[in-house]
Design a protein around this ligand. Sequence first.
Ligand SMILES: [Zn+2]
Length: 133
Amino acid sequence: MISIPQHVLDAVVAHARAEAPNECCGLLLGRAGAIDEALPARNVRRSPAAFQVDPVDHFAAIRRTRAEGREILGAYHSHPHSAALPSATDIAEAHYPEFLHLIVSLAGPAPEVRGYHIRSGEAVEGELEFCET
Ligand SMILES: [Zn+2]
């Protein structure tokens, strides 16, 4: 079970809606393994079907979390027109085996968010729990 604060979920969904029809992306920050912030990043691909976190934003996040004694625990992106399932590209380009990969789909009547761990070319879904803190 992976706990995610409701305000982090809300921020991810709001970012997905703001970037539609393109995919949005960002990083999930936290402390001691607990996610407490969704940090928006630029999608250098500016595409409705692909994303790549801008390396400038990624490095800035690394510096900031180090300075704050926090860590990058995952990444998120949106699927404006398809289900919240990792694409072949998502799996091929997942370079951080310890990350939680959050995908928000805007394809249905309501946003759907799912989380995965992607290791060695395989995506395993983790059960998400949305909490108030
Ligand atoms: Zn994707």
